[in-house]
Design a binder for this molecule. Sequence first.
Ligand SMILES: *Cc1c(COP(=O)(O)O)cnc(C)c1O
Length: 399
Amino acid sequence: MSAVDKAEVQAIDKRHYMPVFSRYDVVLSHGDGPYVFDTEGKKYLDFLAGIAVNVLGHAHPALVAAITTQAGKLIHCTNLYYTEEQAKLVQTLAQLSGLDKVFLANSGAEANEGAIKLARKYAKQLNADRVEIITAENSFHGRTLATLTATAQPKYQHGYEPLPPGFKYVPYNDLAALKRAMSDKTCAVMVEPIQGEGGINIPDDGYLQGVRELCDACGALLIFDEIQTGMGRTGKMFAYQHTDVKPDILTIAKGLGGGVPIGAILATDKVASAFGPGDHGSTFGGNPLACAAANAVLAVITAEDLPGNAERIGRYMLGELAKLQAKYPTVIKEVRGKGLMIGVKLNQPGREIVNRCLEHGALINCTAGDVLRFVPPLIINEKHVDEMIGILDKVIDNL
Ligand SMILES: *Cc1c(COP(=O)(O)O)cnc(C)c1O
């Protein structure tokens, strides 16, 4: 393959890539800030950001420099040795979260898988029957066998039975149902502070506090899955920081490396002490290249107050979307979000609008069938929002 030919790329993919993704009709080539370009030179405003991953946008100079420098020094060396980059990252994450100990993984699912293992190991020290993990309907926790079982949506589980035992589901945002489900067999409750894949579902004020109180009363651990909500996306570094609640275990991934694969489990000293040498591990997890990337991302998020920007621009975007809803009340049912994690619930399936936005030069996606999802880079300004709203307006007008 010499010059990039769209049809050829698509033909090779069809022949050799396992058919698990329904891809959009575009071959991407490179990016710059909140924009990406396809192989034919067409420019797109990227309000999906690799699904809440490219928090600094594309080709951010600080991230490029950190990766380039680190690649020339040490990409990988196994966790049998210390590195300065890893030490710096775990210290920063502990400071930012108020938690004590960190384990570094390579993805969100892997972070959650490790969090479930840690919770089981911790709870079993106290009581051998405390094995149940309670999760919420419409959650998303990953694609490994344990995390797709934690993901209380049958569509992700179908065909993979038998699923590992010890998982129980309750409706999201329903404290009474959670209370009924808890017992002296409850090991942990794992929830997203805002459900992402489930459709940008924001719980009522007081829900996370209520979950914390129920966990404390029951003696169960509280795990927050902030793989999508973390890294400044909702207007705070972590979404739980909008409340006075702290989890026992926190998982993060998506935005952490700005696109370089890395995930993390954070926990209190007390819970983390359940892990000893040999109890968990990873070949790649927390290698110096990924850590250097994450350190650079965190430095920019902090120096440029990107959570504050997400809060401000998110509020502006919600206002502009509300105007669109008023203009197209038969198409748009509800606009909801926090910071730059925004969902537009439609009265129809979302796929057509997503495809037409692509034609008009904007990347978004649709989740839960009828919710347009906007999770742009956190570096955007009002002008980018205006551009996105203009495209959406045109697309809906032409439906
Ligand atoms: C994306 C996501 C995951 C899974 O992350 P992967 O890196 O795809 O394994 C888990 N939980 C939440 C809330 C997510 O948004």
